[in-house]
Design a protein around this ligand. Structure first.
Ligand SMILES: [Zn+2]
Length: 389
């Protein structure tokens, strides 16, 4: 049904070698600057293109230089004209002219109409919660994205000297035991589930990739003080795949990217406009669209995971205790509107609201006839409730 992958002696050697070296900041931030500075001081021409080199090496007509003007700070084009006299490609007047043109209006109306048709043609219902959402990606595309992410995570882990616990480790065994009990109730027993427990006692986290690869940081295991609490964590992770949350986020990124690049184009006539828009605009879009979507998905995964653990005969009340414990162990917090996750307080409140339904499901569930419930879980919940985050 699923397997536990572990790293052998080769990985241990790699890990040992990696640990013996000092951790450094990302290469792009250090080496680029140093190298540029070295080249700039020794061979400035290497960093400039062929046309400006010729223009700069040619003395400008004397009439173009003002008294006291420092020649080496002044740039000239190929005709010897000071660069500040050269007109920019996009000007405010030019932009206004284009914005007022009937042709532009027609393009905007057509683009908006096309976007609306595209949006409504790709609406679907989340199988468990009954929520309507926009999704353009099929299962295969998401699986491929998950596979790429998986390779990137393993590479990053090796680079940082991380270690995946072996199959026989008691922490891996504990996770596997709970997963084995949950998966038949997920409606995704056919998935090729793989468990990776990362040896990192300081990190209390877990995540799942499309395709069934579940990553658990060992730091979360002491926080989940019972198997039911661990089932709440793992049920939540499995639920992200049941509800296909990654494809929904990838679909949302299409809209936000179009919006961001349109705003960057609109600010093209202001010097650093596009750059500033990219920086601040992407953060604003995260706060406006990305974070609320993420919080909604987290809440939805809490609901689906809670029902799943109840069906698997774990005690759903332990989910409340787990989040209360996480809240008490928390060091710092950011306001919920800035966060991709709901606050623990809101999480607990919602889970308490869903608790009677979960307890009811546990009473009705026959935990031993799992095959009958494998698909029943999805069918029973497809009536669902709408969760508004
Ligand atoms: Zn989550």
């Amino acid at each position: 049904m699923f397997k536990v992958l572990s790293r052998g002696p080769a990985f241990a050697r790699l890990w040992g070698a990696a640990r013996s070296t000092t951790r450094v900041a990302p290469l792009c931030s250090i080496t680029t600057t140093t190298r540029s500075q070295r080249y700039l001081s020794q061979t400035p021409s290497l960093l400039t293109s062929s046309i400006p080199i010729r223009a700069l090496s040619r003395p400008p007509p004397s009439g173009l230089l003002r008294r006291g003007q420092r020649r080496h700070y002044q740039g000239y084009d190929r005709y010897g004209r000071p660069l500040h006299d050269v007109k920019p490609l996009i000007t405010a007047d030019g932009f206004k002219r284009v914005a007022r043109s009937p042709g532009t209006h027609a393009v905007v109306v057509l683009a908006f109409g096309g976007a609306c048709i595209f949006y409504f043609a790709n609406l679907e219902t989340v199988p468990v919660s009954g929520r309507t959402r926009f999704n353009v990606y099929g299962a295969e595309a998401v699986r491929e994205a998950g596979e790429m992410q998986y390779k990137a995570i393993l590479y990053q882990l090796e680079q940082q000297g991380g270690r995946i616990l072996p199959e026989w480790d008691w922490r891996t065994t504990r996770v596997r035991k709970v997963m084995e009990k949950l998966i038949p109730f997920s409606g995704m027993a056919g998935e090729d589930w793989e468990i990776y427990v990362i040896d990192d006692p300081k990190t209390a986290n877990a995540f799942v990739l499309p395709g069934g690869k579940v990553f658990v940081f060992s730091g979360i295991l002491p926080m989940a003080r019972s198997d039911s609490a661990l089932a709440a964590v793992l049920g939540h992770e499995i639920a992200h795949n049941v509800a296909d949350h990654v494809s929904e986020r990838m679909s949302q990124a299409i809209g936000t990217n179009i919006l961001l690049y349109s705003l960057m184009a609109l600010t093209g006539f202001i010097g650093f406009g596009p750059l500033l828009m990219h920086y601040f605009g992407s953060r604003l879009l995260d706060i406006t669209f990305g974070n609320p979507m993420s919080r909604l998905q987290e809440s939805e995964a809490d609901y689906i995971g809670l029902m799943m653990m109840a069906e698997a005969c774990y005690d759903p009340a332990e989910a409340v205790k787990f989040w209360a414990y996480m809240e008490s162990a928390k060091v710092a917090d950011v306001p919920e509107w800035l966060s991709t996750h709901p606050s623990n307080e809101n999480r607990i409140k919602k889970i308490q609201e869903w608790l009677p339904e979960a307890i009811d499901r546990r009473k009705q569930s026959d935990c031993h006839t799992t095959t009958a419930f494998a698909d029943l879980f999805k069918r029973a919940l497809s009536r669902g409730v709408i969760i508004v985050g």
